[in-house]
Design a protein around this ligand. Structure first.
Ligand code: HEM
Length: 471
């Protein structure tokens, strides 16, 4: 790989533009070909963007010098219309306050409730019947689309206590779901423009996609206000009501400021919306290519009871390792950027001026031979497992240091939904594989194309047929 050419004024922009459909792979190739695993891209007008796959640098930006590396103005202004001042889009004391408040709601009791009352219900009443019908009719499904809808229904129930029933294709799409989809898509497209001035002018003139964005944001917020008003009335009628959704919890703990709670809840919906589905779609593709691994997972599931209670889901060690391994190669969030609010020097000597973006790159990091060994390209869950000699030789999961595997970010801002995400994914894997096999329909069986905006997707969807396991 020869390094891209940098020109006066436009910097590396010509190469960036030529690779705009494969930016994740392009930037990954760049960092991997740098001896230090850190590289500098020059954007137009002298802007620098530092990209790294070096765990020492990742630790530096996400932990050691956390106070310097923040979301920053670009991220914040680009996503502000949709996210407002929600946890995903704030720094400093605003972030700390929301983080503490939300962490309370992610205790073991609420996670258990989430699995038993949200995931189980969505799975058994909606997802499994759709798969069973596809198996019976021998029809082709886009599993990516189905899993995205499933994740959206789940996260809306957790955040709002409202089910948009997005998963049921026969029902018209909830207006809220469409508005959310458009809002996130248009906002993330803003990142791709050569200058933020372009979308700012379009927004000012209320034209093009910015016009739709404005409508979508109004719809999202009006809907959120409606739900919030209903919840407030419900709580006023019955203050001791045991609600589990985040919105009710914030309200009952005394936070009644409308904009504040709506902003937090919208951030959670964004965070939980496309991430678990992105992870699962690659997981199902990988196991379809690795029957021995699928067999191991099925063996683990078959040892559990049919109803799979919460503790059994937690205990699915081999499946847990397989999901980690799948996300190593195909992370749901391929790269994530911070902006330096002061001058700094990275551990490898790279100089960072105030205002420069520094990105860590989980997609590239999963491909570093020095971190994962010569067989880094292989899907091998065993690299996350060891035999526990102290017990009866059971398998034990061995986590990697989070700065080597920052798929959920790391440090003080590590993903708040990590445990919840694993529970949801393991429950879905168990529910699906207990009964079905997922068979991709692509003739060539080659690697699907990984594309990414804020989160990753399989280009063109994931067309599959579903087979009953025990026919
Ligand atoms: C496989 C699934 C998931 C992955 C890979 C993932 C990954 C991430 C990453 C990389 C970040 C950092 C983003 C940034 O700061 O720019 C993050 C933050 C966050 N995630 Fe997740 N996430 C997943 C699922 C979830 C779920 C299901 C929820 C909610 C229930 C959730 C809630 C959050 C929240 C609230 C934050 C913001 C934390 C903060 O800023 O303090 N995530 N996640």
């Amino acid at each position: 790989n020869s390094p891209p050419k940098s020109y006066p004024i436009v910097g590396h922009y010509l190469s960036i533009y030529a690779n705009r459909h494969r930016l994740t792979q392009f930037t990954s190739d760049l960092v991997l070909s740098s001896p230090t695993l850190t590289t500098v891209l020059r954007r137009p007008f002298g802007q620098r963007r530092i990209i790294t796959a070096d765990p020492a640098v990742v630790r530096h930006i996400l932990k050691t010098n956390f106070s310097i590396y923040q979301k920053g103005d670009i991220f914040r202004s680009t996503l502000f219309d949709v996210l407002g001042n929600g946890i995903f889009n704030v720094d400093g004391d605003d972030w700390k306050f929301q983080r503490q408040l939300s962490s309370h709601e992610f205790n073991t009791k609420s996670l258990r409730h989430f699995v038993e009352h949200v995931v189980d219900v969505e799975l058994n009443d909606r997802l499994i019947p759709i798969l069973a019908a596809a198996a019976a009719n021998d029809s082709v499904l886009d599993l990516q689309d189905i899993l995205q809808r499933f994740a959206f229904d789940n996260i809306c129930r957790i955040a709002f206590g409202y089910d948009p029933v997005y998963l049921t294709p026969s029902l018209p799409k909830a207006k809220f779901a469409v508005a959310f989809e458009d809002g996130v898509r248009i906002s993330s497209e803003r990142f791709r423009l050569v200058s933020p001035l372009i979308w700012k002018i379009q927004r000012f003139l209320n034209i093009g996609s910015e016009q739709r964005l404005k409508e979508a944001v109004t719809e999202i917020r009006q809907f959120a206000v409606k739900i919030l008003t209903e919840k407030k009335e419900e709580l006023a009628r019955n203050p001791s009501i045991q609600s589990v959704d985040l919105l009710s919890r914030f309200l009952s703990s005394g936070h009644s400021d409308e904009n504040f709670v709506i902003d937090i809840v919208i951030s959670f919906i964004l965070a939980g919306r496309d991430t678990t589905s992105a992870a699962l779609v690659w997981f199902f593709w990988l196991i379809s290519r690795n029957p021995a691994i699928e067999a191991e997972i099925v063996k683990e599931i078959d040892l559990k009871s049919e109803s799979l209670v919460y503790d059994e889901v937690k205990d699915m060690v081999y499946t847990h390792a397989s999901l980690c391994e799948s996300m190593r190669l195909y992370p749901p969030v391929p790269a994530d950027s911070k902006m330096a609010n002061a001058d700094d020097v990275l551990p490898d000597g790279t100089v960072v001026e105030r205002g420069v973006m520094v990105s860590y790159h989980p997609y590239a990091m999963g491909r570093v031979e020095g971190l994962w060994g010569k067989d880094w390209a292989e899907f091998r869950p065993e690299r996350w497992l060891e035999t526990d000699e102290t017990t009866t030789g059971k398998l034990r999961f061995v986590a990697r240091d989070p700065y080597t595997y920052p798929v959920f970010q790391a440090g003080p801002r590590i993903c708040l939904g990590k445990e919840m995400a694993f529970l949801q994914m393991k429950r879905v894997v168990a529910g699906v594989l207990q009964r079905f096999t997922v068979v991709p329909v692509a003739e060539d069986g080659g690697e699907p194309v990984y594309v990414a905006a804020l989160t990753s997707k399989m280009k063109g969807g994931f067309s599959v047929k579903i087979r009953e396991r025990k026919e």
